[in-house]
Design a protein around this ligand. Sequence first.
Ligand code: GLG
Length: 840
Amino acid sequence: NEPFDLRLPTPGCYLDPEKAGMDSDALFKGMTEHLFFTLGKLATSASPHDLYMALSYAVKDRLMTRYLASQEVIRKKPQKTVAYLSAEFLIGPQLSNNLLNLGITKEAEDALKRFGIESLSTILEVEEEPGLGNGGLGRLAACYMESLASLQVPAVGYGIRYEFGIFNQLIRDGWQVEVTDKWLKGGWPWELPQPDESCFVGFGGRTESYRDDKGKYRSRWVPSEHAIGVPHDVPVLGYRVNTCDRLRLWRADATESFDFYAFNIGDYYGAVEEKVASETLSKVLYPNDGTDEGRRLRLKQQHFFVSCSLQDMLRSLEKRSIPVTEFANHWTVQLNDTHPAIAVAELMRLLIDQYQIGWDKAWNITTSSVAYTNHTLLPEALEKWDLSLFSDLLPRHLEIIYEINWRFLQQLRLRYPGDDKILQKLSIIDEEGSKSVRMAHLATIGAHHINGVAALHSDLIKRQLLPEFAELWPEKFTNVTNGVTPRRWVALANPSLSNLLEKEVGPDWITNMELLKKLENKKDDANFLQEFEETKLRGKRKLASFIHTKTGILVDPSSLFDVQVKRIHQYKRQHLNALQIIAQYLRIKNGTSNYKAPRTVIFGGKAAPGYFMAKLIIRFINGIADVVNSDPDMEGLLRVVFLPDYNVKLGEIVYPATDLSEQISTAGKEASGTGNMKFAMNGALTIGTLDGANVELRDLVKKENFFLFGKTESEIMHLKNNSYSPKTFIEKCPELQEVIRLIEIGHFSNGDKELFKPLLNSLTGNDPFFVMADFEDYLNKQDEVSNFWNNKKAWNKMALLNTARSGYFSSDRSIREYCESIWKVSPMPVEITCDIEEIT
Ligand code: GLG
């Protein structure tokens, strides 16, 4: 492994930070130059945004040595690389993270001081975050990229550079209002466009057969439309290592910017039509609401980024003179949910049509390189495409899918002779109603491994989602429990806790979270617990001031901060939480409360624009907040806050400030959850159901440090199969009846009795997410929480044990598991020579 030669022009080398441009003088100089030459500004008139841009460019410069060295290593010594295919990467702000991973935060602070900026945070606040994801799935992809680099594993994340990411959320009169996310408007300094490496992608048209040179009949695709994918690369640096991987996001461009023929005959608008259509491809991220609108564009987006990415991988082999038949030894392709599942057919097409490889060989290459992660059991998220739409857009892929399916069904016929039912059930083509292509089946058949994202979820995949597939190929099915990166979610988000951890267990916990177990020794140390509580208080003061600025609501940092932040969805049951608040409100009003634990209940999260019930839940929470926060009887006892526009940046403020984490989904519905992990690491206690990764969290922190309530997955199934009636639960619980009555009379809607009717009707009608069934247990558990809160020492001890025992949820652990059991890749350290004498 030859070291990368630093004699190339470069300002950055970690081995010798002072001499290699990592000191504050060099950063200052870099910033000044970027202000002047890149931004056309004088230091004297630079705005905070200018300084943010200048510092970011200077920091990006310092990533380049590692970035190029990491690519050189692969070029010189071919090694299997991970290709993580994901329609979403919710990477969050980049500056703070890169400073941390380079180890130059202090130097940047010093450089900023010379521009008169006293605190780095004023500059960090300016950064726009790219909202290229909806929620957990996209954020997971970002954590995984960071861990891959930190573990020195060669990897490329492939996705789409949406011009507009997830919408920004405003709250107007209690309702969610969506505003376009113009994250690129001020320029985004972290990307490197690489137009020379663009790819060509086809759509539509027809297939035709022809005879090749050997006289063999072959099929080929004659698309009717094309788009160009232009890669925009974002460097992903590992923590204090030289490995700097790459996130390659494709932007769609028109093939011909102009139809000159149409233009010449005077049709100016017609001339730009195709350009506009192709460029719409990467315009906007789809909010995950499962509505039918724009499905065609969504399928186009998927094929667009998948095709570009596979072409890019194949081309990289050619560039290194590696035969494409070696594909599976050089690339391991992970499908992040079914969104990129078209990869199975596209890789087959490229191998067969473009590289003239025979079917069996191509199938072998495909199935040895592709693996699939399932992220949800919810039927609306398991993608299916109408056959007519599919054959219209991707006729050649459909032919290939038919062939894959035919061969698969032949196998099934041998195994289950005469059993047509099972054939129908497992077929890639759903023959019921208007026929469709089931992407989860395509992914399952084409992948060598299928994994769920938490133990319970992986088990349910085998038992409920794909039982026949699991029986057919038990060896393919596995679990990798999700994780989150401790760099962003503890070190960056919670500096005061990080300092305490470093003081106690040393600095290595950042890359070895298991070291936090040592904190268990401190669980009865009153002084230490006091210090631990102090870090929490600091976080709460920061959040309190944020809440005040954003909403005008004053909250008391010494009250119990009870937080539920995540996408708004019925299965996540924000309305269960809301109903519980009303019960507490009633108790205080009626003087029956033993409420000695003042609480601030905080919500945050976006609802999909087309999801009426979720939007009504937001309105409901805000209705309750209005009543509670303006009632003098609630003063000092209860506050309710809905934080608008929850995103990664806001998450960094919320997690360190939370005492109680709400993880209250209907058992069996939340595949894993990752917020639950971020909260626990930051010393919050969880109130939760036995769902997703909560199950493992509770096992790890031990049951006495977790507030468990609610029906289990099998109890829920039992209710469901025995004509569940929410009425029976309502009848048994007078408090719940009171709560419902208060909503009915319009107490939280200014007397409007209609507003929340759809919500009430759903809860008292068929209650699809078993809110009524779990209400009483939840309310009782909340009482227990309040009692514990009053014993601060016991609370702090439990909180500390949550931090100490949640090291398992580091994404480093998850990535190690993927590397060992699915991808079969090993780390590849990147060496950089740093003979400064020689350079100067
Ligand atoms: C999904 C699930 C979450 C899961 C996440 C990452 O709903 O439970 O934690 O993926 O695996 N669509 C999602 O966000």
